[in-house]
Design a protein around this ligand. Structure first.
Ligand SMILES: *Cc1c(COP(=O)(O)O)cnc(C)c1O
Length: 223
């Protein structure tokens, strides 16, 4: 694995409007360090403890993005340093993020996870639910969260047309929401979509952030 080459290749394929989030989950600190030394400064993790360990061990100019499902009782452990929480999937989670942000005087940036794939999942809002969440009267009171946009994952399939259709639907929802005045605490400007297998399609469909793991670090070994 030549991490530096992988990062350079991906960057060359990405439009400048799409930010690369290097998904370092399961990879040890020295591997993440190699990506850091190749100039990468934004990393995504999906487990709280693992993200804390890497945050503590690695340089402090790294941005840490929580990309996975986040349990409410764990928000407090990352509130002080997380740069962006990608997968907010309930109002209760948003309230907890706000509570922890308030405690430490920090406004925490979040994306709302939208369920676009055909696969069954318990996580994420349906496209219909997103607007009602964003128009929820309780939302403006959450002064320590800032909603920056949407996040989604396409169906795990080789069917490129299917994947493109799902990304296009998410972009269309994003564009629709951008037309709605949702108040100062909602800024619809980030669209996190695309992983190793589908990031080129996602970029073509208007993604502003791609979350790429295996195409940088190789396949993961889950124990
Ligand atoms: C693991 C993960 C990724 C990266 O997946 P790759 O296929 O290795 O690029 C992206 N997004 C989320 C939410 C993930 O959990």
């Amino acid at each position: 694995m030549n991490i530096k080459n992988n990062i350079q290749n991906i960057r060359q394929n990405l439009p400048s409007t799409s930010q690369l989030i290097a998904v370092s989950k399961t990879h040890p600190v020295d591997v993440v360090k190699a990506a850091y030394e190749a100039g990468q400064r934004v990393f995504g993790e999906n487990k709280v403890q693992e993200m804390i360990n890497k945050y503590e061990a690695l340089p402090k100019d790294i941005e840490w993005h929580m990309i996975g499902h986040l349990q409410r009782n764990k928000v407090k452990y990352i509130a002080s340093f997380v740069t962006l929480i990608h997968a907010v999937d309930s109002m209760k989670l948003l309230e907890e993020i706000n509570k922890q942000g308030e405690k430490i005087g920090r406004v925490i940036r979040c994306l709302i996870q939208v369920h676009i794939a055909t696969e069954e999942t318990k996580f994420g809002f349906s496209p219909e639910e997103v607007l009602s969440l964003l128009q929820n009267n309780a939302l403006p009171q959450l002064s320590h969260v800032q909603i920056e946009g949407l996040m989604g994952m396409a169906t795990f399939t080789d069917d490129v047309a299917q994947v493109r259709k799902e990304f296009r639907a998410l972009k269309s929802l994003f564009d629709t929401l951008r037309q709605v005045n949702l108040g100062p605490h909602v800024k619809m400007h980030e669209l996190s979509m695309g992983m190793s297998s589908d990031y080129l399609i996602a970029a073509e469909e208007g993604s502003t952030m791609v979350r790429i793991g295996s195409a940088i670090f190789g396949s993961r070994n889950y124990q």
